[in-house]
Design a protein around this ligand. Structure first.
Ligand code: NAD
Ligand code: IPM
Ligand code: MN
Length: 344
């Protein structure tokens, strides 16, 4: 019986997770969920962002965490999101941000002539260091002489384990191409480390064709020739950016799912999108990203057949045009989920 901690969070996070939980209940009635009241509302109410015992419980008492989104215009510092989302990633050491980009129906791809087979790659985004650690500082803030520094952290351990995870996954899943992306031409210290570690790890996988692209060229190639890619591995910030390009290739943020994983230890699954304040509260957000995220979570818990069923059901809805407005449909979040449940 899987136990799942649920953090709906803010904005459309609460709406799409509500829908995703209906699908979870239908497909895995044995799953036990505990919903955590964490997010902007809680922070504004009592100042709590992420209690230490909750992060600890996420790692020790639950098989996985399902999260919606965090971010609220009433909290401009975004402190709660940093503590809850980045806090979970860092404290649970969820070093793999696994983000598949798979086109389920060609009509939603913005590229002319793209077929479903053309967009089918996964991104391994480093998730515990890079430019995200908050290391840095401000000096003479608010004066004409002010200085603001954001340090990029690249450790041998961190770089090696994400590159290794990408190659190991490629091998396990019968993939033949891995592309590492950095900006070593401009970032001579940290990204030189990526270059050296990549060469070492790639040498252990002679059957896999390894390649390298600077991230600017990767951004272009993803749009021009997504079919060239099977597995991409990159750092935290570049991974954030290119997976929004990947989301666009799939049909938008309403369809992109992700897992934050430390294999065998802890995992947190979430849609790639944010809290979308521009559409929050209207019941029109696309729930498919969160529903597909539930599939990914179940596969992680050893139920790949459930993931396949969920993916097929969502694909059926996409084919039938049973979709929310941003994809050209007329359905509300609830109606789109009803369509998935019917297809299941
Ligand atoms: P966003 O992903 O929330 O929205 C970007 C655009 O995509 C918006 O126009 C939105 O309406 C649309 N969109 C996103 N998800 C959608 C869905 N399911 N259905 C239909 N349309 C959808 O990004 P943003 O506007 O840059 O960020 C809003 C807030 O969310 C910020 O506070 C940001 O920090 C936060 N954020 C959180 C996460 C997370 O919790 N993992 C991820 C990204 C952004
Ligand atoms: C994501 C989000 C987060 C990130 C933000 C909310 C900090 O954009 O999960 O993609 O950049 O990792
Ligand atoms: Mn992002």
């Amino acid at each position: 019986m899987p136990t799942i901690a649920v953090v709906p969070g803010d904005g459309i996070g609460t709406e799409v997770i509500g829908e995703a939980l209906r699908v979870l209940a239908a497909i895995a009635p044995d799953a036990q969920t505990e919903v955590f009241d964490l997010g902007a509302e809680r922070y504004l109410r009592d100042g709590t962002t992420m209690p230490a015992d909750v992060v600890r419980r996420f790692g020790s008492e639950f098989d996985a965490v399902l999260l919606g989104a965090l971010g609220d215009p009433r909290v401009p510092s975004n402190v709660h999101a940093k503590d809850i989302l980045l806090g979970s990633r860092f404290q649970l050491d969820l070093y793999i941000n696994f983000r598949p980009c798979k086109l389920l129906d060609a009509r939603y791809c913005p590229l002319k002539h793209a077929t479903e087979a053309d967009v089918d790659f996964v991104v391994f985004r480093e998730n515990t260091e890079g430019l995200y650690t908050g290391v840095g500082g401000q000096f003479k803030r608010g004066t004409a002489d002010e200085v603001a520094m954001e340090q990029e952290i690249n450790t041998r351990k961190g770089v090696e384990r994400i590159i290794r995870a990408a190659y190991a996954w490629a091998r396990q899943n019968g993939k033949t191409r891995v592309c590492m992306s950095d900006k070593a031409n401009a970032m001579r210290h940290g990204h030189d480390l990526w270059q050296r570690v990549h060469k070492e790890v790639a040498a252990e996988y002679p059957e896999i064709k390894s390649s390298h692209l600077y991230v600017d060229v990767l951004a272009m190639r993803l749009v021009q020739a997504p079919q060239d890619f099977e597995v991409i591995v990159t750092n935290n910030l570049f991974g954030d950016i290119i997976t929004d390009i990947g989301a666009a290739l799939q049909g938008g943020l309403g369809l992109a799912s992700s897992g934050n994983i430390n294999p065998g230890k802890a995992a947190l699954f979430e849609p790639v999108h944010g809290s979308a304040p521009d559409i929050a509260g209207r019941g029109i957000a696309n729930p498919f990203a969160s529903i597909l995220t539930v599939g990914m979570l179940l596969a992680y818990l050893g139920r790949p057949a459930d993931e396949a069923r969920i993916q097929k059901a969502v694909q059926r809805c996409l084919k039938d045009g049973q979709v929310t407005r941003e994809l050209g449909g007329t359905l509300s979040s609830r109606e789109a989920t009803d369509a998935v449940l019917a297809a299941l």
